[in-house]
Design a protein around this ligand. Sequence first.
Ligand code: ZN
Length: 232
Amino acid sequence: MNKQRAVGLLSGGPDSAATLAIALREGYDVHALSFDYGQRHRIELNRAAQIARLLGVASHKVIVFDLRAIGGSALTSDIAVPKADPAAPVGVGIPVTYVPARNTIFLSLALAYAETLGAAHIFIGVNALDYSGYPDCRPEYIAAYERMANLAIKEAVEGRLAIRIHTPLIGMTKKEIIQSGARLGVDFSMTLSCYDPAPNGAPCGQCDSCRLRARGFEEAGLNDPASQGGSR
Ligand code: ZN
């Protein structure tokens, strides 16, 4: 039986690594896709390549474009990444680390790639519970995107592909994501969560993403292999 092809978005973070591990376990022939978009945490791309290799995906492609031309985010311009006391709660509202229309841009590139591969399935590690308030991580956004995708591409309109956007993490807590990834053998030491890492990849420990990760590992009762050995 032919394996079903899927495109899996891979950032180098724990959520996308867990998502791809789930896709592989479900039997998909996973083609990983990463984006070099001018993100300040660009070191995550090295991690993405290592994760792709460790997971054993069918292929890994990196598409280069530069969202710094648009800016408007702490991740792509000179706006400072907010840092807080690790013990303080993660703030409410949409933070400055929001990248304008990022998942719409990412999913559109994934959709184009899927069409050329003949892949009906796209996996993206969005999460609507323990996330930072991004509007393009919500289930209603994903459902709308999937409807749009099937109106948008030739292969769908002519009946050869019915695009499905898979979001296996969307209803999970960070704790559940960590547990699920750990069960599937994800090497979290390779994953990078930090929005503002040191040049050597050491996480800052204070941004929202570092804090959510720390809480996830703590609640899962696991040690974070990436935080061992003093990384500051
Ligand atoms: Zn950080």
